[in-house]
Design a protein around this ligand. Structure first.
Ligand SMILES: [Zn+2]
Length: 276
């Protein structure tokens, strides 16, 4: 796996430069592009896309990009940045380029954006990313198509593996930290009964916490989940009040970690935390 690199303004791009908002897309793009492209990931390790603002040096990176790839919704700061500094650059908004049944967000703010946590939806995103990369680098289309086909095969294996691991939990209550997991839960049959922090990055009200604790007790679930990018304190409070385990999920991942490994780690965490 090629690591995403930070670029200084003095570096000229020998290879086409693809900017991605968040790690899962940066990794999938690297798996498709191999050594033929340079992928730059904007969201730093450990940061939440919900509370992030790009820096001036990142604006320069975006201005030099050949292609920008984002999810939509959760990373709209990148859409604004592209409009400001690179309005003519090719922009792929994955949630607008694939077909899926949208799920409403809990806070009434339109469609829930977290589609990348459903590997089946990412299978659909691969050909779209292949086409976008071939549009900026036509000479390497055959490589992108070959790598894209391998990636789809790998995502199919991943999906079957995760489905098998989660099958015993079908219908069980699932209480993640924020509302990042509805596409994942729908695909794998978990019952998303509540989330701990309805507006990511903003502490939940005592009233919301009390309601979540009541739901958790009623459901008989054995765990709640914090998230690596957000303050876990509210999850600790809920776990303690409800008398259930606390485990940590990661919807974003880190440089060097493949999308497939990220999803495997999350599912292992869920299976382990919800065990009897
Ligand atoms: Zn989120």
């Amino acid at each position: 796996m090629v690591a995403a690199v930070a670029l200084s303004a003095t570096v000229a791009f020998a290879r086409p430069s693809v900017v991605a908002s968040i790690h899962p897309y940066a990794d999938l793009l690297e798996q498709i592009g191999g050594t033929r492209i340079t992928v730059v990931q904007l969201l730093p390790s450990g940061a939440s896309p919900h509370t992030f603002d790009p820096t001036p040096s990142q604006a320069r990176t975006v201005a030099q990009a050949d292609l920008v790839v984002m999810n939509g919704g959760v990373d709209d700061w990148l859409r604004q940045l592209v409009a400001a500094v690179a309005p003519k650059t090719r922009l792929l908004v994955v949630s607008q380029a694939i077909e899926y049944q949208p799920i409403q967000g809990t806070d009434g703010a339109g469609t829930n954006p977290h589609i990348w946590l459903d590997p089946k939806l990412m299978e659909q995103a691969v050909p779209v990313m292949v086409d976008a990369m071939a549009a900026v680098d036509p000479a390497d289309r055959a490589t992108f198509e070959t790598n894209g086909a391998s990636l789809i095969a790998s995502l199919e294996v991943l999906d079957r593996e995760l489905a098998a691991e989660l099958a015993p939990l079908r219908g069980q209550a699932f209480v993640p930290f924020h509302d990042a997991w509805p596409y994942f839960a729908r695909h794998y049959g978990l019952d998303l009964i509540a989330s701990i922090e309805p507006s990511p990055g903003r502490e939940p009200s005592p009233r919301h916490i009390a309601a979540a604790v009541a739901e958790i007790r009623k459901s008989g679930t054995r765990a709640v989940f914090g998230e690596r990018q957000l303050n876990p304190r509210p999850a600790e409070v809920v776990a303690q009040a409800a008398g259930v385990r606390l485990a940590l999920l990661d919807p974003i991942g880190d440089t060097g970690e493949s999308y497939q490994d990220l999803m495997r780690a999350n599912v292992a965490t869920i299976v382990h935390a919800l065990r009897p």
